[in-house]
Design a protein around this ligand. Structure first.
Ligand SMILES: Nc1ncnc2c1ncn2[C@@H]1O[C@H](COP(=O)(O)OP(=O)(O)O)[C@@H](O)[C@H]1O
Ligand SMILES: [Mg+2]
Length: 231
């Protein structure tokens, strides 16, 4: 089974009453267990496409199949897919409430999902991303950028996803912490048996992480290439 399958996908935005297509005729298959890269110049539509795959942007047409389930344009994800597909954003601040402690941020989705031992799971999640348990009592601004991104990754893992969508997860971070986050993602990919779809504008990151990659240019996905990465 493929993790991601796109056929003739178009994605658009509406602003000032006008429709603007950012991705057109996109076709792509990402195999289960693969780390697949998506590259392309700024503003070419990488985030828009990823947001469609995360169920966050519903203005699209064509065929999309995720983890064997067909998405319907304009509709929310079906319950079975929610949690199975998670996204990590470039700026971890954006996904963390500034006045909620980390423990609360991690606990809330677990409680919504009916988790019986939320505190134990929060501790497990922090350990999974190599953060000390005491981080649960801190606020986002009390962490470093790299620590905040680890928290965002922990949050994404909380419902045990099979597909992790990574939107430039290290580009807001210092060079010195980037490698640590990438290595963490590689380890978690194996531990959680996930497929990764990684957006980056950094060819070194793609080469280090990905089995294959594709370029998005002028709204089109160009030929898939093997990158020689470890995956
Ligand atoms: N919510 C939105 N409303 C209108 N236009 C948008 C919206 N989000 C992105 N865009 C536009 O869509 C294009 C692609 O943006 P984006 O997907 O963020 O590109 P990338 O991630 O490759 O930099 C850009 O021209 C951007 O301005
Ligand atoms: Mg982007």
């Amino acid at each position: 089974m493929s993790a991601v399958h796109l056929q003739d996908v178009r994605v658009w935005h509406r602003s000032d009453g006008r429709e603007r297509t950012v991705v057109r005729e996109a076709a792509l298959t990402v195999k289960a267990g693969e780390t697949f890269g998506l590259v392309g110049p700024s503003g070419c539509g990488k985030s828009s496409l990823l947001r469609v795959l995360a169920g966050l942007h519903r203005e699209w047409s064509g065929e999309i199949c995720l983890l064997g389930q067909t998405l319907l344009p304009g509709r929310r994800f079906e319950a079975g897919l929610r949690g199975k597909v998670q996204m990590v954003f470039q700026d971890p601040y954006a996904s963390l409430h500034p006045r909620h402690r980390i423990g609360r941020a991690l606990r809330e989705p677990l409680l919504l999902a009916g988790e019986k031992r939320p505190d134990a799971r929060v501790a497990e999640l922090l350990a999974a991303v190599d953060l000390p348990a005491a981080v649960a009592d801190r606020y986002p601004h009390q962490l470093s950028g790299g620590q905040r991104q680890r928290v965002a990754i922990a949050a994404a893992l909380s419902l045990r996803p099979s597909l992790l969508l990574l939107d430039e997860p290290t580009s807001a971070l210092d060079m010195s912490v980037q490698a640590g986050i990438l290595n963490l993602l590689n380890r978690l990919k194996t531990e959680y048996d996930m497929t990764l779809l990684l957006v980056s504008h950094d060819a070194d990151v793609i080469a280090h992480m990905c089995n294959r990659a594709v370029t998005l240019r002028d709204g089109h996905l160009e030929g898939v290439i093997g990158t020689g990465g470890d995956g």
